[in-house]
Design a protein around this ligand. Sequence first.
Ligand code: NI
Length: 204
Amino acid sequence: MTSWRRVYQPGGTVFFTLVTEGRAPILTTSDGRRILRSVMSACRERWPFKIPATVLLPDHLHTIWTLPDGDSDYSTRWAWLKKEFTKAWLESGGTEQVISLSRRSNRRRGVLQRRFWEHTIRDERDFQRHLNYIHYNPVRHGYADCAVKWPWSSFHRYLRNGMYTRNGAARSCASPTSSIPLGNNAPTVRAGDSSPTFSQWFAI
Ligand code: NI
């Protein structure tokens, strides 16, 4: 059994995307990261769950959560996280976007978008696809020319644990002058190309 197979658990594994209000680039600021880390850890103390993969972009995040057996209540967790993040962000002097009066009346603040995208992971193949999507996302959005060059991603954990090969990581790079040595036959992937397939990345 390859190591990545142990990461996926059938049942309560869900992919999420959360976007900031007005796509404000606040999440990768030092305050944004500090607050997110702190509220995420407090949330997991109250309601445990695993985070098999995550990537933080300036204006959104993608993440995969695995909830404990018999627990599918991610809505409570997200509602709490968003409320606590918003409170701490505003308390730290963070800015917010102007939102309409009708939304204001629901005591909403203009920090995070109200909705989040969720997709229940169907099987291992689907899990692999979303993992790949998460780790390649900074390249896809043009923030980095290699997955490995984006600091706020679980890509590094997977690389450390040997779940990506160095060569596979190099293939995620748009530039042959990447800090990871390219193998002789390693193809390059340009920003804007479709994501490389999972098997190109993993040591399987
Ligand atoms: Ni994205």
